[in-house]
Ligand binder design. Structure first.
Ligand SMILES: [Zn+2]
Ligand SMILES: [Zn+2]
Length: 433
């Protein structure tokens, strides 16, 4: 393809993106009002699949690893590259206090551990709607595409119930990306960066994470005679407190953190229960630290429990690798990101201990993962500050998380331009014919 032809195609992508943008916002509002928890994304998957089918894609595969959907769009030109564009589709057990007219009132009464209020407090409604929009755009230029686009709608990014399988690893195991295998994976996450800004990080964009389950076993006894039993509660407290000191046992140069967000006990105000369960997450910016953190946490838990006459078992579930952007993929992708967002709105961002299991796809096939700003914020040096009169800096997973509708078209264009550039060889790290 000549440079002039490419420029014409970029204009086509932008025109089609702007034409579909109203529809993208409508999809997003609908998805936001009907959020579904991890591994329960039936309605969301059906909506995405129906849209892909309406575009006349070559194949629409459904029911992959639960509610995964993959659409296959084969371009009209010869080309061997395959780009996988990925969106996660699940919501969170968080109240919706975003204050928008399409706020969620959904409660999932049947979910394990529930009932839970359900909302898109991580913005996956935006991700799903933007990828549906990108499918419209790319289907609109299919005769010019030299290769194949996979539209990957992935469930359970936030982690399925611990008794279930799911997420990116399960999709991969189910062969979701086996035919054809992508030569690049691309994904993004909305967040509190300024509206329309694209953040990237060379190296680990997101941290490695694992879900921690600690069970402290004691011996049930009346609250008036704790010495006749073994109280697991102070042992659990000591484990939580001690875990906050573990960072000092590792080199301080790579941030890591341990958080216990959920404690479950079986006691009563005057009965010391026989066990306490702690649910938490470990985040390591350097993946190589994870094994040592796990060892030290297990050691801490077992010994603290022993101090109180209890025992502890520690399990690590749902290991998610770090999202790594290699320098090669970043430099290959930057011109595309800058063309879409405008050079001044593309910036390297500080490290975060967030996680995203797109890492399973990116580490297997290569690719790029970026952040898309959707909030009324500005940079003051490295710090994000609220814009006067705006809705503030509200991080993902907060009940008040919000996303600006007008920024979504930038995400649609990112998907479309990255796909076009990869298939035409403009964005690639390997010299493939
Ligand atoms: Zn999240
Ligand atoms: Zn998320």
């Amino acid at each position: 393809m000549t440079a002039i032809a490419a420029v014409g195609l970029y204009a086509d992508l932008d025109r089609l993106a702007s034409e579909v943008s109203e529809q993208v916002v409508a999809w997003r509002h609908d998805l936001h009002a009907h959020p579904e928890l991890s591994n329960r994304e039936t309605r969301t998957a059906a909506l995405a699949a129906a849209h892909l089918r309406s575009l006349g894609l070559d194949e629409v595969r459904e029911g992959i690893a639960g509610h995964g959907v993959v659409g296959v769009l084969r371009g009209g030109q010869r080309g061997r590259r395959v780009v996988a564009l990925r969106a996660d589709t699940d919501a969170l057990p968080v109240r919706d206090e975003s204050g928008v007219p399409f706020a969620s009132t959904v409660v999932d009464a049947e979910y394990p551990g529930g009932p839970f209020p359900v909302s898109h407090a991580c913005g996956h409604d935006c991700h799903t709607a933007m990828l549906m929009g990108a499918a419209t755009v790319l289907a609109g230029v299919r005769e010019h595409l030299p290769g194949t686009v996979l539209f990957v709608f992935q469930p359970a990014e936030e982690g399925p119930p611990v008794t279930e399988d799911g997420g990116a690893a399960a999709m991969l195991a189910a062969g979701a990306l086996a035919d054809p295998e992508p030569t690049m994976v691309f994904g993004m996450h909305v967040g509190p960066l300024p509206k329309g800004h694209v953040g990237y990080r060379t190296g680990n964009q997101f941290a490695a994470s694992t879900l921690v389950k600690v069970v402290v076993h004691g011996q049930q006894v009346h609250g008036s005679t704790p010495w006749l039993g073994a109280d697991p509660m102070p042992a659990a407290a000591a484990i939580i407190t001690g875990s906050a000191q573990l960072y000092r046992q590792l080199p301080a140069y790579n941030p890591m953190t341990i958080s216990f967000g959920h404690v479950e006990d079986v006691g009563r105000f005057n009965i010391i229960g026989e066990s306490v369960m702690l649910w938490g997450t470990i985040r390591c910016s350097a993946e190589t630290d994870m094994a040592e953190v796990k060892d030290r946490l297990r050691h801490l838990a077992q010994h603290q429990a022993q101090t109180f006459g209890c025992t502890a078992s520690v399990a690590f579930l749902q290991d998610v690798p770090a999202v790594r952007n290699t320098p090669e993929w970043v430099s290959a992708g930057l011109p595309t990101l800058r063309r879409v967002a405008g050079g001044a709105r593309v910036a390297e961002t500080p490290p975060t201990l967030g996680g995203d299991d797109i890492s399973v796809f990116v580490s297997r096939y290569g690719g790029l993962y970026v952040l898309l700003g959707v909030q009324d914020t500005a940079f003051e040096g490295d710090r994000l500050v609220p814009v006067p009169g705006g809705r503030g800096v509200v991080a993902n997973h907060n009940p008040g998380f919000y996303a600006d509708d007008d920024s979504l078209v930038v995400g649609v264009r990112l998907h479309a331009h990255v796909a076009m550039d990869h298939l035409t060889g403009v964005l690639d790290i390997a010299r493939r014919p």
